[in-house]
Design a protein around this ligand. Structure first.
Ligand code: ADP
Length: 425
C-alpha cells in the first residue's frame, strides 16, 4: 500500500471509530457507571476497574450498534459520503419534464429548471392556485390538497407564448410528508401527429369521394334519362373511365407513401448512376413532353455522377419533377435538366436540377408545396391529373436518401427544383 493509500485508510478507520463511539455513547456511559457503582459498593482493585473501563471503551469504538444490513450502509456512508447527493432537489433537476413540489397550502416548495423554462418564475412560496388559473388545474390541485384523491391526472393547455398541451399528474409525496408533487408531460408533438393523421385521412377520403360521387351520378343517369341515348352513353362512360383512373392514381400514390413511411429508417446503399436514371426518365416522359409542347434540354457535364440510393425510387423522384415541369410549366415551351458535380459547390454535393420557364410558383406557396394534398391551384392540378401527393412522395424518398430538395421560383419566369445528394463519405 502506498503512503497516500495508508493515510487514507487510517483516516477512514478513524472516522468509522468516531462514528461508532457516537452511536454507542449512551451504552458506554451506562456500562462505566455500572462498573463504578459495583466498585464503590463492593470495593476491589482499582487497576481491575481501570482495565474493565478501558476494555469497554475499546468495545464501544469497535462494536457495531445496529443490525448487519444497516452496518453495511453505515460503513459505506461513512466511507464514501454516501447518498448525500440523492436529495429531492437533485432528483427533481434530473427529471427532464417540468416538476413542481408544493406544500399543504398549495405553495411552491421547489420547481425544477424545466418547470421554470415552461411556466416562468416559480419562486418558493408562490401559490399554485394563483399561478395556474385554468379551472381543470384549480380543481386538480384542490382535490389533491384536500385529500379527495391520492393522485389526479388531467390535460392542461398552456396558450402562451405558444400553445402546448400537457398531461399533468399530481400526487402526495410519500406518507405524511405534507408535500405534493406535480409533473407535466408535454403532449404537443403527439397531438400534432394525431391531428396530421386525422387531416390526412379526411383529405384522402375527400379525394376519393369526389370521383366516386361523379361515377355514381353517371351510373344513375345512364340507368335513367340517358338509357337510350347512345351518344350520351359513350360520353359518360369516357368520363367514368377517367374518374376510375384518377382513383387508381390516388390509391397508387397513397400506397407509395405508406411503403416509404414503413422503410423511412432504412438507408438505401447501392451506387446509382444518376445520369442513367435521368436519361431514362426523360425518355419515358417524351410522349408527355411532346403532348405538352415542351422541348426537354440536357445540360450534363462529362464524367460519372453517382449517389447511394434505390434506382426505382430515384426514378420516381425525377419522373415526378419532370412531369410537373411539363404539366405546369408547359407555357414556357422548354425544360432544362442539368447535373452538377461535387466540384461545382462548396458542400461537394451532386445536384440534379429540373427547370421550367412557365408561370412559376408564388413565393408564399413554395414552403408548402411538398405537403400532402397541397396544391397552388386545385383545379389546374386536377385537370393535369394531379393527386397533390407527387412532391410529398419526392420529399419522403429524398429524406430516406439523406438528400434534400430546394425550390427556386420567380413569378412569370418559371420554377427550378434541385435535388442535392450529399458528398460521398
Ligand atoms: P400534383 O399531383 O397536384 O401535381 P404535386 O405534389 O406534384 O401534386 O405538386 C403540388 C403542387 O405544386 C401542384 O399542384 C402545383 O400547384 C405546384 N407545382 C409543382 N410543380 C410546379 C411547377 N413546375 N410549376 C408550377 N407549379 C408547380
Amino acid at each position: 500500500m502506498s503512503d497516500q493509500g495508508r493515510e487514507q485508510w487510517i483516516r477512514r478507520a478513524m472516522r468509522l471509530v468516531a462514528h461508532r463511539f457516537r452511536q454507542n455513547r449512551w451504552m458506554l456511559a451506562a456500562a462505566i457507571a455500572a462498573v463504578l457503582a459495583v466498585h464503590i459498593w463492593a470495593g476491589g482493585d482499582t487497576r481491575t476497574v481501570a482495565a474493565v473501563v478501558g476494555a469497554l471503551i475499546v468495545v464501544a469504538g469497535l462494536a457495531p450498534s445496529r443490525t448487519a444490513g444497516l452496518l453495511a450502509t453505515e460503513a459505506e456512508e461513512t466511507a464514501n459520503g454516501g447518498t448525500r447527493g440523492l436529495s429531492g432537489e437533485n432528483l427533481a433537476a434530473a427529471v427532464t419534464d417540468p416538476l413542481i413540489v408544493f406544500d399543504g397550502a398549495g405553495a411552491v416548495v421547489h420547481a425544477n429548471d424545466a418547470a421554470v423554462n415552461a411556466f416562468g418564475a416559480l419562486r418558493p412560496g408562490i401559490l399554485l392556485l394563483l399561478k395556474f388559473r385554468a379551472p381543470e388545474m384549480q380543481e386538480m390541485i384542490q382535490a389533491v390538497l384536500f385529500g379527495h384523491a391520492a393522485s389526479r391526472q388531467i390535460d392542461f393547455i398552456e396558450r402562451v407564448p405558444i400553445e402546448r398541451v400537457f398531461r399533468v399528474t399530481a400526487s402526495a409525496v410519500g406518507r405524511g410528508t405534507g408535500l405534493y408533487v406535480m409533473v407535466f408531460k408535454d403532449q404537443s408533438e403527439t397531438r400534432r401527429i394525431d391531428r396530421m393523421r386525422a387531416d390526412f385521412i379526411a383529405n384522402a377520403s375527400h379525394e376519393l369521394r369526389t370521383p366516386l360521387a361523379s361515377i355514381s351520378g353517371f351510373v344513375e343517369t345512364l340507368r335513367g334519362p340517358a338509357r337510350d341515348d347512345a351518344k350520351a352513353r359513350d360520353h359518360f362512360l369516357q368520363i367514368m373511365q377517367n374518374q376510375t383512373a384518377r382513383m387508381a392514381r390516388l390509391i397508387d400514390d397513397l400506397l407509395s407513401l405508406s411503403r416509404l413511411e414503413m422503410k423511412s429508417h432504412l438507408r438505401p446503399g447501392v451506387k446509382v448512376d444518376l445520369r442513367g436514371v435521368v436519361e431514362s426518365v426523360i425518355d419515358s416522359l417524351s410522349p408527355l413532353a411532346r403532348e405538352s409542347g415542351v422541348t426537354v434540354e440536357r445540360d450534363f457535364p462529362t464524367g460519372t455522377f453517382e449517389a447511394l440510393g434505390d434506382r426505382d425510387e430515384l426514378f420516381q423522384v425525377f419522373e415526378n419533377l419532370l412531369e410537373n415541369a411539363c404539366k405546369y410549366g408547359a407555357s414556357g415551351g422548354r425544360v432544362v435538366v442539368s447535373i452538377g458535380g461535387p466540384d461545382t459547390n462548396a458542400e461537394r454535393e451532386t445536384t440534379v436540377t429540373i427547370q421550367d420557364f412557365g408561370p412559376g410558383i408564388p413565393e408564399e406557396h413554395i414552403p408548402r408545396v411538398t405537403e400532402r394534398f397541397y396544391r397552388v391551384d386545385v383545379e389546374t392540378s386536377r385537370s393535369q391529373k394531379g393527386t397533390g401527393l407527387g412532391l410529398s412522395i419526392v420529399k419522403h424518398i429524398l429524406t430516406r436518401h439523406n438528400a434534400r430538395l430546394s425550390i427556386r421560383s420567380k413569378l412569370g419566369e418559371g420554377a427550378a427544383f434541385t435535388v442535392h445528394f450529399p458528398a460521398a463519405e
